[in-house]
Write a protein that binds this ligand. Structure first.
Ligand code: S3P
Length: 168
């Protein structure tokens, strides 16, 4: 089977669901952000604050192009990765592109306490989530499959993805 590449906004469950999928498929799970942090020896927040978002986006695109066609992977890409069409093309080349969604309120509840999401460090995080979701909607629409995770457990979301990928 092809790789599975998970995209979708922060807090939609890419990492949790991705790990379950990898276990069930006997694939390896890779998280683009985690690999960037490891290679750079710096947290994403620090990369953003010291070098800026465009620099992070370059690292992200580079990591995605290196990984997307390695075999047997469930790849979790950061929430903004779809904004660069080269990332979407690369991920689709050897994988099914699966977008996880959730409502702004659920997203905020899931990421509420997290300090490692530089884009949500703002006085009005709910407004920011809504704004970013609207801006990114056309990019997320390029996914082969979309699964709404509101009200689903991570196991249920993984099961739904496996069913839908099987039908592609
Ligand atoms: C980002 C999402 C984050 C991370 C970075 C930027 C985004 O990943 O890549 O903070 O632009 O939405 P997660 O979606 O895994 O939180």
């Amino acid at each position: 089977m092809k790789n599975i590449a998970l995209v979708g906004f922060m807090g939609t469950g890419k990492t949790t669901v991705g790990k379950i999928l990898a276990r069930r498929m006997n694939y390896a799970f890779v998280d683009i952000d985690a690999l960037i942090e490891k290679e750079q020896g710096a947290a994403i927040t620090r990369i953003f604050s010291e070098f800026g978002e465009p620099y992070f986006r370059k690292l992200e695109a580079d990591m995605i192009s290196r990984l997307s066609c390695q075999e047997g992977l469930v790849i979790s890409a950061g929430g903004g990765a779809v904004m660069d069409s080269r990332n979407v093309d690369n991920l689709k080349m050897c994988g099914s592109l699966v977008c996880l969604t959730a409502s702004p309120e659920v997203i905020l509840k899931r990421v509420g306490g997290s300090t490692h999401r530089p884009l949500l460090k703002t006085p009005d995080p709910l407004g920011r989530v809504k704004e970013l979701l609207a801006a990114r909607a056309p990019y997320y629409a390029r996914a082969d499959i979309t699964v709404d995770t509101d009200g689903l457990t991570a196991e249920e979301a993984a099961g739904r993805i496996l069913d839908l990928v099987g039908e592609l």
